[in-house]
Write a protein that binds this ligand. Structure first.
Ligand code: GUN
Length: 285
């Protein structure tokens, strides 16, 4: 029997409905959730992501403002703009699209964002709070993955979750969130020896390595839950994930497609975090 498809678009729609309701409620209470998006440089993939994020804001009634810079923007200029947005009461979330142009220290830029407006969940304060189980803005992709697993009623406690990739944005926090749900977590990465010995033992396999179709059906445990975070191009220039979907489909129990899997959930959780921040601002007013 082929794997069950985890339909990211459908699940995103489900969560977006309740987020849109909360936006309406907040507006009645006098607050319009606001997101500021900073885009520096002309990376075409980043421009596409930013466009999709702003379009979703519009669909959900969230105010968004785009601040664009060219490749030559200085770190000082970015830090100054973030400072200004930190003080702006109409802005509840600040998102700096990554990667930043060369010569800018990403870490300094992220550190400048107020942890209270860090809707990407990248600030060290939010990462620390997440790790010790306190309320925090959770990074959108790992958070979206967790919500997908929850929607599909997939048990995590006691199961072996293998995360391939150790980026600060996806791999590392994904493992932490699964650990929080009582999974037994193994991290694999580009230096891991005999990778398939780990992937073959995974009940839950999350790949965020960014290598086209490099995990095959015979690297997967029969019946496993396979979450593909990869956004790659194959040899024909077609969008594909890290998982070789065709061969994995007959082995896995559940699988996310690319596109239409994790992607829509990432944007949904960004909306969730922005609305959460707006709600918090009201409670603290
Ligand atoms: N670049 C790739 N993914 C992301 C993301 O989730 N947020 C931001 N800000 N930049 C990214």
């Amino acid at each position: 029997m082929p794997a069950k498809l985890i339909d990211g678009k459908k699940i995103a729609h489900f969560y977006r409905n309740s987020i849109a309701e909360e936006v309406k409620q907040l507006k009645q209470e006098g607050v319009v959730p606001g997101l500021a998006v900073i885009q520096a440089g002309e990376n075409p993939a980043s421009q596409t992501y930013v466009r999709m994020k702003r379009k979703t804001c519009e669909e959900m009634g969230i105010y968004s403002v785009l601040i664009e810079y060219d490749d030559n923007v200085s770190e000082k200029e970015l830090l100054g703009k973030i400072d200004q947005l930190n003080q702006d009461p109409s802005i509840h979330g600040i998102l700096v699209q990554l990667p930043l142009p060369e010569g800018i220290q990403t870490e300094n830029v992220i550190d400048q964002i107020s942890p209270d407006k860090d809707v990407d969940g990248f600030h060290p304060v939010n990462i620390g709070r997440m790790m010790i189980g306190k309320d925090a803005f959770l990074p959108c992709t790992p958070f979206g993955i967790l919500k997908m697993l929850e929607y599909e009623n997939i048990q995590l406690g006691g199961r072996h979750a293998v995360v391939v990739g150790r980026s600060n944005i996806v791999g590392k926090p994904a493992g932490q969130l699964l650990l929080r749900e009582n999974a037994t977590v193994t991290y694999c990465h580009s230096k891991t020896e005999n990778l398939s010995s780990y992937t073959k033992d995974a009940d839950i396999l999350i790949s965020a390595a960014g290598r086209a179709k490099f995990i095959h059906g015979n690297d997967i445990k029969p019946g496993a839950v396979v979450i593909d975070v990869g956004m790659n191009r194959d040899e024909d220039g077609k969008l594909c994930g890290d998982i070789d979907f065709e061969s994995a489909l007959d082995i896995a129990g559940y699988i996310t497609p690319v596109p239409g899997g994790v992607g829509p959930m990432t944007i949904t959780m960004l909306m969730f975090n922005t609305v959460k921040s707006a709600r918090r601002s009201l409670l603290e007013a």
